[in-house]
Structures are given as C-alpha cells and as structure tokens.
Design a protein around this ligand. Sequence first.
Ligand code: ASP
Length: 412
Amino acid sequence: MALGIIWGLISVYAEFDGFSKDYIAPWGEIFIRLLKLIAIPLIFVSLVSGISNLKDISRLSKIGLKTIGLYIFSTVVAISIGLLLVNPLKPGAAFTDEYRSEFNQKYQESIGEKQMAASNLKDSGPLDFVVELVPDNIVGAAADNSRMLQLIFFAFLFGIAMVALPESKTGTVKKFIDGLNEIVLKIIDFIMKFAPFGVFALMVSLLVDYANQITELFVALGAYSGTVILGLMLMIFFVYPFMLWIFTGYKFRKFYKAIFPAQLLAFSTSSSAATLPVTMDRCEKKIGISKDICSFVLPVGATINMDGTSLYQGVAAVFIAQSYGIDLDLMQQLTIILTATLASIGAAAVPGAGIVMLVIVLESIGLPTEGIALILAVDRVLDMLRTAVNITGDSTIATIIAKSENKLIPPE
Ligand code: ASP
C-alpha cells in the first residue's frame, strides 16, 4: 500500500499518470473483479454448508436457539452502532461537493440503474420488500448482483431442506458442498495472495483519479478508519462489558485478561477460524466455561457471528455512499442492517472475507462496487482489528450461555 501511494504520488507529480492508468490501473480492476466473482459462490456454498452443519443445533435445540438468537442480537447491535456513528460523523464528506458530484456523474449510469432498482421497492406496496426476497428464477438471481438477497433466501431454503432430510439421503450432496466450500476458501486465499498487487494498483489509480483531491482523500480515509475503530472500541469497552455485567456479573477486566492472547492472535492472523483453538482454550481454562459449551458455541460463533465485520460493513457502505454524494434513506439503511447481518453469517472466518461480503451489501442497496477501491488501502489493518472484536463477541456470548446453563465456573 505504501509503495502504491509513493508510486501514485510520483505519477501525479512527474506527470506520467497516463502510463499508470494504462498499465497499472487494470490490475486493480482485475482484483475488484475477482472479489465480485467469488462473492456469489462464497455466499451460497458457505451458507448451505454452515446451515447443514447445524444439525447438532436441533439436537441441542434450547442452547442452539439461545446461541443463534444472541449472535444475531449482537450483530444487529454492532451494525446499528456503526450506522449511528457514520451518519453524523460523515467521514465521506471530507471530499468537496464539487468532486462528489463529479464522481457521481462518472458512475451515474451504474448508480442510476441500481438506485432505480432500489427505489422501485420504495414506491411499491409495503410488502413488496418481502416479495422481492423470493426469487422466481434462481439462475436469474445468481446472474444479477442486485438480487443477492434472493440468492441468500435460496441458500437458506436449500440448507434447511438438507437439515430436514435424513443423512442417508443428503450425505453425498453434503460432502460435495463441503468440498466446494473448501475450494472457494482456497480461491479466496489465492485472491488474497494477489491482494498486495491489487491494492498497489488501486492506490495508484486512486491517486491519479483524485489528483486534485489528494489531501481530502487522506483525510477521508483517516476519518473513515477512525469511525470504524471508534465503533470497534465501543463494542470492546462498552457493549461486551455491559452484556457480561447484565447477564453474568463477570468482571470484565478478568474476562479481558483471560482472552487477551486470543485477541492478539486474531489481530495478527486476521482469521477467527485460525484463532479458534486458542479462543476455546482460553474460554475453557481461564474463563471457566464448560468444555461442552465451548465446543458448541465457539465454533458456531466463528462461522456465523462477526460483530466487528458487520459494524465495519455498515460504516464502509455509508462512507462509500457519502463519497459518491448519494443519500441513503431509512429503507436503504435498514437493508444494510439486514444484508450485513446475513453477510456476516455467510462470511468465512478468514482474512479479507469481510470485504468480499461488502460487495453483497453494496449491491443490495445499489451502490457502485467500484467504491471498494476507496477503502481497500486501509482494509488490512481494519481486518486485524475487526477480527479481534469478532472473537471477543464469540467469547462474550459463550460466557453468557454458560452462565445461563450453570456451566460457568470461573477459576480462582
Ligand atoms: N477476517 C475476519 C475474521 O476472520 C473476517 C473479515 O472481516 O474479513 O473474522
């Protein structure tokens, strides 16, 4: 990223921005295309495989429902905090109005179409939003990025049908889907290996595009990162301690001391899945959660509960809208809550999954996915921070569930 900034600044000031535009910028475009390419297979396969793995949940139905309910609750709280911060703080307003309308015009075609599709919903009856969730043609829904929610709906239906059938009938499909899931994760891994080059190219083309707004660009990115970080801090220092206090009476200093090594590992690996063994170990030995609760609640959390990720998606979507001079109405903000919740359930617990899923959130409210280029430069650091929040959320909820089941025995 730093190299990209340096090269970008040199291109602008030494005036060989034409070269950068022709030969470097396309690699950034390729990176964005790869992210969009993998978003649809990822959401379908990981949702189906996630839901079909929840067979155990029906067995442990009471704990299962409680766990999922709390996970969804904390996710919605996290996104709402993100939206409550980003709307008044307006990090995207750092760009001048002139520039914002210029950019709006540049992407007018795609913004126009998508916004129209989004606002068609507003103009229709109150239940049309629900009607729009149901696809009439699954191939059509998968081919049209603005119909992501329909694909999610189908994935849910598919997964639930799999759970409802005996294993003898679905075993082969399940193996197939699990295999596909592994393949999609590997592809994301490849894409992330290419990320440094993609981010380099995007930074260069961003600086060339924003040649007259370079200071504003840095101010806006700083304000955006600050907003995400502020939201994440609120989760760590306010929401989780409050939840722990209300539901368990557990001292939050003791709690944080216990899970600190897991938070550190999450921060350095940017993967809640890679951190899972340490999270489980700390929760069991240092917080005092029983083994059976740990081995059920934490793996489910690593898959479906990503408070940090969803908070960041809410902030990022509104920031991109602000930078393009697009106003989002209440309906669109509610759609962000819905899609970011579903996206965080569908997101894999690996580095960069949040940004792939952001494609879905942006598409669902008709924002240009090109906007991702704006925030990619700072994404890695934010990924590290949000992953630490993700595993803190999982551990908090595991503690609450353990307490409610009388399975929390804090070590002396
Ligand atoms: N890296 C995150 C995690 O593993 C997901 C993301 O936000 O990209 O929890």
